[in-house]
Ligand binder design. Sequence first.
Ligand SMILES: NC(=O)c1ccc[n+]([C@@H]2O[C@H](COP(=O)([O-])OP(=O)(O)OC[C@H]3O[C@@H](n4cnc5c(N)ncnc54)[C@H](O)[C@@H]3O)[C@@H](O)[C@H]2O)c1
Length: 284
Amino acid sequence: MPDERLTVGICGSGTMGAGLAEVAARAGLPVIVRGRSDDSNAKLVATMTASMARQVAKQKLAQDDMDAALSRVRTTTSIVQLEQCDVVIESIVEDLDAKLGLVAELGAVLKPQAIVATNTSTLSVEALAQRSGRPGRTVGIHFFNPATTMPLVEVVRAASTSDETVATAESFARRCGKEPVHVLDRPGFIVNALLFPYLNSAVRMLEAGTASMPDIDAAMKGGCNHPMGPFELLDLVGLDVAVSILGALHRGFGDPAMEPAPALRALVAEGKLGRKTKQGFYSY
Ligand SMILES: NC(=O)c1ccc[n+]([C@@H]2O[C@H](COP(=O)([O-])OP(=O)(O)OC[C@H]3O[C@@H](n4cnc5c(N)ncnc54)[C@H](O)[C@@H]3O)[C@@H](O)[C@H]2O)c1
């Protein structure tokens, strides 16, 4: 499937949906975003526009290229509008039932050769592959946050994923300017399986009163050369997303260290989800 003919569908208009739409549109690909409401679609376009305007102000993006990228993005609330897409990336809430329902709908409306991709951070790609009705053409294409700047994409091969689908996913990632790595379908893939036990341990260290939040963040930046401390990173990722990822790792590996720390759960229960709600471990 030649790259230049790929029409990209994106389901979900949250943090990652907006990033994916911008990345694909700036790579020159036509994009159709399917959100749940006109309001969420309008917010996605506003997020993309603000993101690109910042790049234009910094002279990292030409105004004409921004305008061209925006002109490549269409939004809809109707799943049927995705029927012309070659690759559809679902990037809705990290909830298996919600994603299973969506991929079944996608399987029914997409053309037979189209690929269903998931941006899930931890859920079983094989479960989604079976439900999509096109198991060979279902794959994980896991972008990182913020999708516009993070270079990595994990291409996740489920048991049923065909070689051709993996190759298309890899070339799509490269076309988007990303560096793909390959991984089998295990909870958390490579990065999250290694990263989230560390983030959870930082929360437990805070709970134990071992050190303050700014000092834990400063220690990991100054001592390990990490660009962000664990609490800064948790707030960027979204605390609800972090609890979902840890829950999936805990279920998948049965390791008690992966059970979401109480302080993390408490913030989520209060609706303090990190940067996206202007309040998480820190206030924004
Ligand atoms: N946030 C990150 O750092 C990050 C990084 C990589 C991958 N991901 C993955 O990307 C996906 C989306 O994450 P996000 O951070 O954009 O989340 P988000 O909360 O910003 O957006 C979630 C989107 O899902 C929609 N949604 C919620 N419930 C739904 C339902 N029942 N049915 C259909 N749509 C529903 C919302 O309207 C919204 O558009 C998840 O699978 C997540 O694991 C997130």
